[in-house]
Design a protein around this ligand. Sequence first.
Ligand code: GRF
Length: 206
Amino acid sequence: MNNTHINIAVLVSGRGSNLQSVIDNIENGTIPNASVSLVISDTKDAYAMERSKKHGIDAIFVDPASYPEKAGFESKILQLLKDYNIGLVLLAGYMRVVGPTLLDPFKDRIINIHPALLPSFPGLHGQAQAFDHGVKVSGCTVHFVDEGVDTGPIIIQKCVPVLEDDTQETLASRILEQEHKIFPEAVRLFVRGKLIIEGHKVRIVE
Ligand code: GRF
């Protein structure tokens, strides 16, 4: 049993419903020994910032426009992560590809949620890509972040069937329901030290 407390930072760009699912699972005791200590947004008016403040969590806007290069922007974020003694970084609707400035010091400690069954439909609008392709089953994926776009080792996936009368919106909303389950579950497993990365595979040791 791993009882070390982990400070989590969540990087966001928008709505923040996945951030909310992690906060709720920490507050209700499902994820013990962890707190969301910091939320960083690259968007000034992200609703995720409001959510954070409601829970007394520091929410900081880092303006990408203030940095001519990505490395400078990520150095600012890295400094904040160090200031808050962060042990795990979550990407929850964060609309940027993470570069080496953040990846190297946080190797195997950055986790992303993606709204499709990877490796299919990476990048933007995974739900819409899958819907337009005509797949019969889609879903969502939680994975460790590597240098690619949605290419890192997969932690958990959940299938969501595509129904005959689905629209992009109805499919996306059923996928989101599952995101809100598997994202906190992956965080819980990480915090408890249950995720072992072996090559490109993640073994879950319960
Ligand atoms: C989710 O669909 C997530 O999978 C994707 O971006 C969306 C973010 O939604 N990466 P929210 O901000 O967590 O509500």
